[in-house]
Design a protein around this ligand. Sequence first.
Ligand SMILES: [Zn+2]
Length: 246
Amino acid sequence: MSFDIIFKKRFVSLSIGNSLTDEILGNFTCKIAAGEWDSFISLGLIDKPDENLSDLANIILGHCFKTKIQATKISAYAEIVEKYGSETDTYVIRRTIIPPAKKRMNPEIADVYTTDSLKDLIFLEMLYAAEQNMHISRCKNCLKYFASAYSGADYCDRVNPEGKTCKWTGSKKTYASNIKADENLVLYEKIYQSLQYKRRRTTDAEMLEKLNFNIILLTKCRAKYKSGEHSADKFLEKIEEIKNRF
Ligand SMILES: [Zn+2]
């Protein structure tokens, strides 16, 4: 089935009839690389998973996006075309102006291609992703490729069977390992959690106010310690003092 691929700066859309799906530029190829075919199958773009396409997507992503430098991405892409492209891979581009979605926004210029092949989607998307110097890397949690709007993102937005994203899981892991590295913060965390526990249990208004006040004080001490305003000794002294109030 033929479909349109629409490139607009750092975004890409697939348009089939009336339906349109948007992604951050690079993410369609990342999905193919990860063997995530459901959306392509439900759009009618392919009948069944195609492992050869997954392999190709993995090769291109691995070859072109291990660098942060735009020119290196583009020359790596050229090497891929040389090796895996074919003479029939020529594309007719239509350039169109997309009217602003909201007032005060500017109209945007988009490049549109019509094709019936997911291989074309991979090649074109990777060309634009290299040209836009997109940051594409493997997620540190699920190890699948993802494109992100920010360079330096470590985790993707994929959702695991428990309904948690890699981003969520990753932030918990990072927090836990940061705490582990600092004994003082382990103690802080214990005191903080015990005050929170008391706060949840108390029915006494005066006690609740006292707890709220000291919890805020505690978080301020942590911020000052993290910023270097409090030394480790001063930090420990302050948080012990707060603990002893209860
Ligand atoms: Zn992930």
